[in-house]
Write a protein that binds this ligand. Structure first.
Ligand code: 5AD
Ligand code: SF4
Length: 488
């Protein structure tokens, strides 16, 4: 993996997913084909499914072959400089295609579009269209502007847009697991983070539309859903007219307000055989009522992604995370109290502004206390316009950042192996998701705790829940033997 760094939160796993729209949605009148690549987090994958739906409704046709596309869209990520560099390199490659194929339209969508706006058109000469994350309904109009010989830019951020009424086209899905976006934007101003600037103000999607989408997924045969938001714990929705437009965070316990624990319960009740996951939880907001609901429903996975970012209270303060090391460890204790076997993952940043060697050691010692199942680890990359860029010097030399990151990764590798070894001899319920890359005689699935398990294909199928006895492991994978197929 690039930089030896993993990331999945709203995740930067450097995955590129291409598009193929549903052919049944295509009116005969439009013969133009589009191709979408998603970079970065799960939220971008989910957004690309909205883009595909908008385009299909306007008669465009998805393709997973970029060579036959008339429109190529890159749904981009700005979280670190490297993510933007990857997109710029891809744009250079596309330049060749543009020379061969006259009339090819290249569009940049998502966070980079929002951050760089029309600068993208000036800097990257081949870009025809720039669309921010809240403007996807406007894409058909923008495309027709481009057809008319203009460049098109729309980067307006919205306080309301949640695309609640648009049924996503899950073109890259395995038909077993999928995402539902429950909120957009972020109101937390973590000092290192560009997301509040690229995705705008936090807003929650109506609860009934989320439940409806989960029901549709069950009807289509999906077995697992992940509820997505930058900070799912601050989900708030109300039909109560008196509360509309008010800050619902302050109205936490008011009648008629649906909070995240209630939403989670509503989705868990859609079907006992639909597994439910969610991401991302913020330590400052993760409350015991969510843990209590998780403990009560067998189909809510015992897995929490709770990014700590640093184990040092002073660094957390500079990061503006609004919690301390002690607060975070208290949240870990609360998780373990409600669900002793709950898997926990995190995001960690090495070498934030002013980080001393002692503060770095505190991150390592916190990791020892928690023993994470999984971690997404990065070195700090200054992002223009963020609080940290304005307030602090990016003063940790690159070699020091990298050395600290390596120490964090080395520790995580030990812990991941330890956590995996603990699974040997246990029986786990695994949802089979896809055929192994190495052998078509093997299937890969995940445990309730989000651990990857490889089994022999035998008579089992993708989409089956199977009980598996874990026999062996590496630090990234479990290997097991199927005992029987089960209903969840
Ligand atoms: N530099 C490094 N890592 C960052 N992240 C967010 N912004 C930065 C940055 N400027 C990481 C955080 C966050 C994850 C999505 O990406 O760990 O949780
Ligand atoms: Fe960025 Fe913090 Fe919001 Fe997460 S909670 S998206 S790290 S500002």
């Amino acid at each position: 993996m690039s930089e030896q760094i993993y990331h999945s939160d709203l995740l930067e796993n450097d995955v590129i997913i291409s598009s193929k729209g549903r052919e049944t949605d295509i009116p005969a009148s439009n013969t133009k084909k589009y191709y979408i690549e998603s970079y970065g987090c799960q939220m971008n994958v989910s957004d690309s499914e909205i883009v595909a739906a908008v385009l299909n409704q306007s008669g465009f046709q998805g393709t997973d072959n970029e060579k036959e596309a008339d429109l190529i869209f890159l749904n981009t990520c700005s979280i670190r400089d490297k993510a933007e560099q990857t997109v710029r390199n891809r744009l250079t490659q596309l330049n060749h295609l543009k020379k061969i194929k006259k009339g090819l339209v290249v569009g940049v969508l998502g966070c980079m579009a929002e951050r760089l706006k029309s600068k993208l058109i000036d800097e990257e000469k081949l870009v025809d269209l720039v669309a921010g994350p809240d403007t996807y309904r406007d894409l058909p109009r923008m495309i027709s502007d481009v057809d008319g010989g203009q460049k098109a830019v729309n980067v307006l951020l919205s306080r309301e847009e949640t695309y609640a009424d648009i049924a996503p086209v899950r073109y890259s899905s395995n038909g077993v697991t999928g995402y539902i976006s429950i909120m957009r934007g972020c109101d937390n101003m973590c000092a290192f983070c560009v997301v509040p600037f690229t995705r705008g103000r936090e807003r929650s999607r109506p609860a009934d539309t989320i439940v409806h989408e989960a029901k549709e997924m069950v009807a289509q045969g999906y077995k697992e859903v992940t509820l997505l938001g930058q900070n799912v714990d601050s989900y708030r929705w109300t039909e109560n007219e008196k509360l509309k437009g008010k800050n619902l965070v302050d109205a936490k316990y008011e009648e008629g307000v649906i909070n995240f624990s209630q939403l989670l319960e509503m989705v868990a009740k859609v079907s006992p055989s639909l597994r439910v996951r969610f991401s991302t939880s913020h330590p400052k907001d993760m409350s015991d009522d969510v843990l209590e609901v998780m403990g009560r429903y067998a189909n809510i996975c015992n897995y929490i992604h709770l990014p700590v970012q640093s184990g040092s209270s002073s660094v957390l303060d500079r990061m503006n995370r609004t919690y301390s090391r002690e607060w975070y460890l208290n949240r870990i204790a609360a998780i373990r109290k409600h669900m002793p076997n709950c898997a926990i993952s995190s995001d960690i940043i090495a070498g934030f502004c002013g980080e001393t060697e002692a503060e770095h050691q505190e991150t390592l010692s916190l990791m020892d206390e928690v023993v994470y199942d999984l971690n997404y680890m990065f070195f700090y990359s200054e992002r223009p316009g963020t609080l940290a860029a304005k307030k602090f010097k990016d003063d940790i030399p690159e070699d020091v950042k990298k050395r600290r990151l390596e120490e964090i990764i080395a520790k995580q590798n030990q812990h991941a192996l330890q956590r995996h070894k603990e699974q040997i001899g246990t029986k786990q319920i695994v949802l089979l998701e896809y055929t192994a890359r190495r052998s078509d005689q093997q299937l890969v699935g995940r445990t309730d705790g989000n651990k990857k398990v490889v089994i022999t294909k035998d008579r089992w199928n993708i989409g089956d829940y199977v009980e598996v006895e874990i026999a062996d492991c590496t630090q990234v994978t479990l290997f097991g033997n199927v005992i029987r197929k089960i209903d969840l």
